[in-house]
Design a protein around this ligand. Structure first.
Ligand SMILES: [Zn+2]
Ligand SMILES: [Zn+2]
Length: 423
């Protein structure tokens, strides 16, 4: 370690020392860029030695003895974080109004450009003390740490935030009637009532809950949220390679998850209902990526016609249907979606007649295309529609999503599980 002060610096140090009792940290801070490999405390002590002045005795007039409390804050954080697995951390501090005032006053009275702020220095000192008291290694991380703390000096409070773990994957939904995410009971809004059997839920199960349960146990967490790349209707199945999702596990106690095992656990417990594949850990950016993508979808629909339709007429109507479709928000979702007209492209349509009034159709369309309305016309709100092209009423009786496709999905480069034969 080396420390050389010029005359101007020494003069400044002398004036600071003369202003009142000051701790080594606050005496060293204004010279934080002088000398390498030193703590501010060591700088402060070196200055006193160099000037042969101990300074005035008493509590530091700048920080009020804050640095003496650093270890206590660090120990508080260690207790708070006990039981949580983390490899990276970060401290932040909220100064009390009084400390902010003192720092401003100090800067005005002893201006300089080689110092370190009280906040910055205190964060670092607490962080180092924290690290030294952990029973396993952790390093400071400014960008997305596993745990972060805010030392609120005004409120004498320590707040901890544990970063979520994000698991990417694909799900297949093999059974109709299961919503993608947990729906609060409409009657009690989730509080629990007789109509929902005091579960607070509108539906007893959801894709989200089936996937989350084993992950919550493994992570030692209480809450998880499923972010899907779109969602299928409750009464539609999700087949093929499945739909990409990110499961966000909030405040996990354990972050190292055995995803191969978890995949097995989910698929065993939810057998016949929900199936997952392609699980991998991702960062939080994956949620926005999934939400922002308008993936192409492929559907299979069982359709019933009001009047008999033969293969030739059906084929002509389907060919004439491809292209731009104008859809006003369907009546069935109008209560929760804004009423507007959207345009989506129907890329392809094909089908097979299964009886005089029945057919199985396949559609491929841009994300956001409402297929049930594409078939029925929704009372003229969707144009063109299959019903309109045929001049006969048509309604979807069963819908399956066969594919959700985008080259931007995180697993697109990998081989995903092959689609099983459709039942
Ligand atoms: Zn001080
Ligand atoms: Zn209820």
């Amino acid at each position: 370690m080396s420390l050389r002060f010029d005359e101007a610096q020494l003069e400044r140090a002398r004036r600071i020392l003369g202003a009142g009792p000051i701790c080594d940290e606050c005496l060293g801070r204004p010279f934080a860029r002088v000398g390498r490999g030193l703590t501010n405390g060591e700088r402060g002590r070196a200055i006193r030695a160099r000037l042969a002045e101990a300074g005035k005795p008493g509590v530091c007039w700048v920080c009020g003895g804050l640095f003496d409390e650093a270890v206590a804050w660090a120990e508080r954080a260690v207790r708070e974080a006990a039981g949580f697995e983390f490899a990276t951390y970060l401290f932040g501090v909220r100064l009390s109004p009084r400390l902010e005032e003192m720092e401003r006053f100090f800067d005005e009275r002893f201006p300089g450009d080689e110092g370190e702020s009280l906040k910055h220095a205190f964060n670092r000192v607490v962080g180092k003390a924290f690290e030294a008291r952990l029973d396993r290694p952790a390093t400071v991380e400014f960008n997305g740490p596993d745990v972060s703390f805010v030392v609120d000096l005004g409120a004498n409070a320590l707040r901890m935030h544990v970063a979520s773990v994000y698991v990417y994957g694909r799900y297949r939904k093999l059974l109709r009637g299961i919503p993608q995410t947990r729906w609060p009971c409409r009657r009690c809004r989730g509080r629990g009532c007789a109509s929902c059997g005091f579960t607070g839920k509108q539906y007893p199960e959801s894709v989200e809950e089936w996937i989350a349960a084993p992950l919550l146990e493994a992570a030692g967490a209480e809450e998880a949220r499923l972010h899907g790349a779109g969602r299928e209707d409750i009464d539609a199945r999700m087949l093929g390679d499945g739909r990409p999702f990110v499961l966000e596990v909030l405040a996990p106690r354990r972050r190292a998850l055995d995803l191969a095992q978890l995949r097995e656990d989910v698929n065993e417990r939810a057998a016949g209902r929900v199936e997952v594949s392609s699980l991998s850990l991702v960062d939080r950016g994956a949620v926005a990526l999934l939400k922002g993508l308008e993936a192409t979808k492929r559907y299979r629909a069982r359709v019933e016609f009001e009047a008999p339709v033969d293969a030739k007429r059906l084929g002509e109507a389907l060919r004439a249907l491809c292209g731009e479709i104008e859809q006003r928000t369907p009546r069935r979702v109008a209560h929760r979606r804004a009423d507007r007209v959207r345009r989506r492209r129907l890329i392809s349509a094909s089908g097979e007649v299964k009886g005089p009034r029945r057919a199985v159709l396949e559609f491929e369309g841009e994300g956001g295309l409402y297929v049930k309305e594409l078939v029925s016309g929704d009372g003229g709100r969707t144009k063109p529609s299959l019903s309109g092209r045929l001049g006969a009423g048509a309604v979807v009786t069963e819908l399956d999503v066969l594919e959700v496709r985008s080259d931007a999905f995180p697993d697109r480069a990998d081989a995903v599980d092959k689609a099983e034969p459709l039942p």
